[in-house]
Design a protein around this ligand. Structure first.
Ligand SMILES: Nc1ncnc2c1ncn2[C@@H]1O[C@H](COP(=O)(O)OP(=O)(O)O)[C@@H](O)[C@H]1O
Ligand SMILES: [Mg+2]
Length: 321
């Protein structure tokens, strides 16, 4: 058994706002092993980005990690100094943001940025850094990378710009990449293609990958495990095929029902009724109960994540059979 690259234990990240405490992440557990892809799926506002930012040590006031552990190869990052987190970021742990311009500097040529990113963490000369930049661009499927290196970010299409941001994440051969909806702005075919390539790279290099998305269809065929998030908690977790074929949480079932499949072409898609709850006014117990057709009085008490099968867990009193 290899130890996981990353293990979250009861992670809680809250924002102390004037309106009240927003419990954006409220007791999240999951792990990712070397070379594995975890799909972290949930509607907008469910706490996916805050989970990602917490891992990278990028939570600013009024937000704070209030409880739990973030174990990166056994080291608890919730106790790491800002210097340690800075050293890990970009080298051992990389993040790809939804907007590639969070990574890219608009006024610098791509080669300048990539060479700087390598040399910030490794004492290598310009030529070696340039060679690594070229290799990373080729890995993410950028044609004629030599010519592309001399371009500015605005000279790329949206898809290519995001590939450059992903190449920068790969530059220092991180052990862990958190990709936060990096392909949402792109066409679904291209999204799948980029994730497919990323998965291959991670398998080959032993990099663990967390792929955050609101769209289950994007990770359906490509993640090893899926964790479904709702209102700051994981409500279901398991191997991808199990989650897709035997979802036990009514919310997961709803998400799957709203994904178009070939067999259902032409039929109306199932919609989860109601809206995601306001984080300041969560109902007691299971946060999904107001929208759930299986809810009972028992649901006013928060269910634990319970074993449905080995390696398959759901947080529900009345799991779908
Ligand atoms: N800086 C902040 N201050 C207050 N609330 C925040 C802040 N950042 C995020 N939140 C809240 O945390 C919840 C989870 O947000 P987020 O992780 O961005 O969701 P997701 O990425 O799943 O769409 C949301 O209710 C959001 O409003
Ligand atoms: Mg987000």
């Amino acid at each position: 058994m290899t130890a996981p690259t990353l293990k979250l234990v009861n992670l809680k990240t809250h924002f102390f706002t004037r309106e009240g405490v927003v419990k954006s992440v409220d007791g999240v557990d999951f792990e990712v092993k070397a070379g594995e892809v975890l799909g972290l799926v949930g509607e907008s506002g469910s706490g996916k980005s805050v989970t990602g930012f917490s891992i990278l040590g990028l939570i600013d006031p009024p937000g704070r990690i209030v409880d739990g552990q973030i174990l990166y190869r056994g080291e608890d990052l919730t106790r790491a100094t800002p210097e340690r987190l800075r050293a890990l970021r970009g080298k051992n742990i990389a993040m790809v943001f939804q907007d590639p311009m969070m990574t890219l500097n608009p006024v610098l040529r791509v080669d300048t940025q990539m060479i700087e990113a390598v040399r910030a963490h490794d004492d290598v000369d310009d030529a070696a850094a340039r060679a690594r930049a070229l290799a990373a661009l080729a890995q993410v499927g950028i044609p004629s990378p030599e010519a592309r290196l001399r371009s500015y970010p605005h000279q790329f299409s949206g898809g290519m710009r995001q590939r450059v941001a992903i190449a920068i994440a790969l530059l220092n051969r991180p052990d862990l990449i958190v990709a936060d909806e990096p392909t949402t702005a792109l066409d679904v075919t291209i999204q799948g293609q980029i994730l497919f390539e990323m998965r291959k790279l991670c398998r080959d290099t032993g990099t663990a990958l967390i792929w955050v998305t609101h769209d289950l269809a994007v990770v359906a065929g490509l993640a090893d495990h899926i964790a479904v998030m709702y209102a700051g908690r994981i409500v279901e977790h398991g191997p991808t095929a199990t989650i897709l074929e035997q979802p036990r949480h009514p919310y997961t079932r709803g998400l799957i029902g709203s994904v178009p499949t070939r067999g259902h072409r032409g039929q109306a898609l199932f919609q989860i009724p109601g809206m995601a709850p306001s984080p300041l006014r969560l109902p007691p117990g299971c946060a999904f109960q107001p929208r759930c057709d299986r809810a009972s009085d028992q649901c006013a008490t928060m269910p634990d994540l319970r074993d449905m099968a080995p390696d398959h867990h759901a947080r529900c009193w009345h799991p779908v059979a």
